[in-house]
Ligand binder design. Structure first.
Ligand code: GAR
Length: 204
């Protein structure tokens, strides 16, 4: 069966990447395969996860490509090299330019650790999202998987899942629960949905 070729872009621990690897291995993702993992951080543990699963790894450093356009062009070059159909941002800590996102309409998806439109956009990433949710005092947060366009966290929503906040939560405990209860389930599900659409569009 024809499969969508997926690039997963990462910067850190890669637990969402691991959820995708596991979903491919246990056939929850049937219509896609991870062709390459691209990191903008040479020390990202996500790279070790890719290595352990025999997935090709590429590192693109801002230090080597200080101009934003050159940095994104290098990512594009790698995506072409691996004939990538779908780009998944899984904890990728870089806001892609309009120049980049407009090349891949409905072909880039992102996982964000809140219920968009709350606690999202520029400056809201990683632990900062959970700190903001706790500071505001919301009782429910969650995760969102959405298509990526030129507006940070502003593209069409694909899936969302709510997570209750406990009185004793710290940003760290909330981050862990949002990942376990929501992100690691939603992201593979959304990747399978979009991959199936891509494969259908290719006529298989
Ligand atoms: C995840 O919680 C992801 O939603 C978040 O960073 C974490 C990465 O963890 N992404 C953002 O905040 C993007 N705005 P991981 O490296 O273990 O998957």
């Amino acid at each position: 069966m024809l499969k969508a070729k997926i690039a997963v872009l990462v910067s850190g621990g890669g637990t969402n990447l691991q959820a995708l690897i596991d979903a491919v291995n246990n056939n929850k993702i049937k219509h896609g395969e991870i062709a390459v993992v691209i990191s903008n951080n040479a020390d990202a543990f996500a790279l070790t996860r890719a290595y352990n699963s025999n997935i090709p790894r590429e590192v693109v450093l801002k230090a080597k490509f200080p101009e934003p356009e050159a940095f994104e062009n290098e990512i594009k070059r790698i995506l072409n090299e691996y004939s990538v159909d779908l780009i998944v941002l899984a904890g990728f800590m870089h806001i892609l330019s309009k120049n980049f996102t407009s090349c891949y309409p409905k072909r880039i998806i992102n996982v964000h650790p809140s219920l968009i439109p709350a606690f999202c956009g520029k400056g809201y990433y990683g632990l900062k999202v959970h700190e903001a949710a706790l500071k505001y005092g919301v009782k429910v947060t969650g995760a969102t998987v959405h298509f990526v366009n030129e507006v940070p966290d502003g593209g069409e929503i694909i899936l969302q899942k709510a997570v209750n906040i406990c009185r004793s939560d710290t940003p760290e405990s909330l981050q862990q629960r949002v990942m376990r209860v929501a992100e690691w389930k939603l992201l593979p599900k959304a990747v399978e949905m979009v991959s199936a659409d891509i494969v259908k569009g290719k006529g298989e």
